[in-house]
Design a protein around this ligand. Structure first.
Ligand code: FAD
Length: 507
């Protein structure tokens, strides 16, 4: 156990919210963690284990499962950064959602869990000097994460048609497919993961890592607190300051200040670089190296009813890692199909009338030659040619799987292509010369914008997660990934949170 603040100065443990705050809230702890998503919550758990007192400040609200309303417009307003309107611009426009609330993006994610691929860890160690990330340490982290967030494969009766039909097609083609492990041991298949899990079947980090940290009696979680500024002395951060946010209308109404001996920025891959940039806290490549795992989808019509929005939201995948992508099922509430598929007029109306007969799946690309950057005011992403052709290859592969499962037509999320009615038409219509701006892209895995490494010229944080040039300022979230990951990232983010939480210097 390490020494922590003497009694009287230790933070009030438990959960706190706007209603209980004075006009000016003053807090103090050994460590202040900014943001309570996958990275911040795992970090807080690791810090609490060291006997340190921790204040976690989170811009969004604290939610209980029964408060979620299961509707996309409600969820965008209350659970998503920028009310769900966040998007990149560049040679295409890509919606890039992120969660906001105690639990961060794990409140709205699909719960898919992948261990960090060994080849990626090897690359991070050899090219970026991430020496803490040994196979043995990461293996121990994965075991702990599996236990803490209840990772399991949901049973077939909960998966339902959208996942079973894709599996049937993949098996017919002899592809390397499997059910995906998920952090939703109590999943009932209501299909609303991305609107907040109202049954409590999903174990988001607010209900697991953060709950564990709070139970230590040494951690206080302050919702409705948006960090804005910083106070420094020499090479130390001494306090962060910000505004309290009124739940409901989200008006900033009140102020707070947190003094601590060390700070961990876990505001996510957009929030963390923006905080460092806005406060001039790094001379390194902050905000650069944005990777997003660009994703595109296909809907496929079957004679039988599918009712894709009932069942596990994302349950089955096909491993095309060696080609640079994965195929994964996905489903959405009906209104989101209307917004996501590029049919128009009567064609769209017919699609919507017939929606119960459609299944959906798509491609998630391990981005390599695309270029992205987060600045204080913009998100830029130019899809590279290699990544664009991987997306198109993945869409063709997805279409083939659906035809193998008996689809009568497929509708790729590509403008100008319309409906594909035979296997033969796939290569004819989904050609490699389709430009980036014609593909309906989506990106829920931003990462890499405060890259970890052993070279201050190429990285923002050192292998301990400490911002170069500062004695007690760290980053722990998806922004520290040195490269694109290639698989769904929440487990890797948690593992890095546990790692950095173990190494935070508190002096
Ligand atoms: C719709 C969706 C589906 C996804 N599905 C999956 C999936 O199935 N499997 C998977 O592995 N990954 C999935 N992901 C990605 C995964 O959830 C994220 O990669 C992961 O949660 C990132 O963790 P993080 O700590 O970096 O950021 P987050 O979890 O996003 O947490 C950042 C937190 O910081 C807070 N914050 C930001 N700025 C401030 C500030 N100034 N002051 C205070 N607080 C602040 C935010 O409100 C937020 O709560 C999904 C993401 C989304 C959006």
């Amino acid at each position: 156990m390490e020494p922590h603040l003497p009694p009287g100065r230790v933070v009030r443990a438990g959960h706190h919210g706007f209603e209980g705050y004075p006009a000016h809230l003053d807090l103090e702890a050994d460590v202040c963690v900014i943001g309570s998503g996958a990275g911040g919550s795992a970090t807080a758990a690791a810090l609490a284990e060291r006997g340190l007192s921790v204040v976690v400040v989170e811009e969004g609200r604290r939610w209980l499962p029964e408060q979620f309303q299961g509707r996309a417009p409600w969820a965008f307003k209350h659970l998503y950064a920028g009310r769900g309107t966040r998007a990149t611009r560049g040679n295409c426009i890509i919606p890039m959602p992120g969660g906001r609330g105690v639990g961060g993006s794990t409140l709205v994610n699909s719960a898919i869990c992948f261990r960090t691929p060994e080849a990626v860890l090897e690359d991070w160690r050899t090219r970026f000097g991430c020496h803490h990330l040994t196979d043995a340490w990461m293996g121990a982290c994965f075991d702990r994460i599996w236990r803490t967030i209840g990772v399991t494969v949901n049973p077939p009766e909960v998966q339902r048609n959208n996942n079973h039909i894709f599996r049937a097609g993949a098996e017919a083609l002899g592809l390397a497919g499997a059910w995906m492990a998920r952090s939703a041991p109590g999943c009932q298949g209501c299909g609303t993961c991305q609107q907040g899990c109202s049954t409590g079947g999903k174990l988001s980090v607010d209900r697991t890592f953060l709950a564990e940290a709070v139970a230590s009696g040494n951690v206080g979680v302050y919702a409705d607190c948006k960090v804005v500024g910083v106070e420094t002395e020499g090479d130390r951060v001494v306090a962060v300051t910000g505004r309290t946010v009124r739940p409901g209308d989200y008006v900033e109404d009140g102020a707070f200040r947190v003094r601590a001996r060390a700070f961990v920025v876990s505001a996510g891959p957009i929030g963390s670089p923006r905080f460092l940039l806005a406060n001039g806290l790094s001379d390194g490549p902050v905000g650069q190296n944005l990777h997003i795992h660009p994703t595109a989808g296909v809907a496929a019509r079957f004679d039988q009813e599918i009712v894709a929005w009932e069942g596990v939201t994302q349950g089955y995948y096909v491993d095309c890692w060696s080609s640079g992508y994965l195929l994964q099922t996905f489903s959405m509430p009906p209104d989101q199909y209307f917004l996501s598929f590029p049919l128009v007029g009567d064609d769209m109306l017919a699609f919507m009338r017939d929606l119960r007969h459609y299944a959906s799946a798509g491609v998630v690309v391990h981005d390599e030659d695309s270029r992205g950057e987060v600045t204080e005011s913009s998100l830029v992403y130019d899809l590279g040619d290699l990544d664009r052709t991987r997306i198109l290859a993945g869409l063709r592969a997805t279409a083939r799987v659906f035809f193998a499962a008996g689809a009568t037509e497929v509708v790729p999320g590509v403008h100008g292509v319309g409906r594909i009615r035979t296997v033969g038409e796939i290569d004819e219509l989904l050609t490699d010369d389709i430009p980036a701006h014609a593909i309906g892209l989506y990106a829920s895995h931003p990462m890499g914008t405060c890259r970890m490494g052993d070279d201050p010229a190429r990285s923002v944080v050192d292998p301990d997660g400490r911002v170069w040039g500062w004695r007690n300022l760290h980053v722990a979230d998806a922004s520290v990934f040195p490269t694109s990951l290639g698989v769904n990232p929440q487990v890797t983010v948690m593992a890095l949170g546990l790692t950095i939480g173990k190494h935070v210097q508190v002096s």
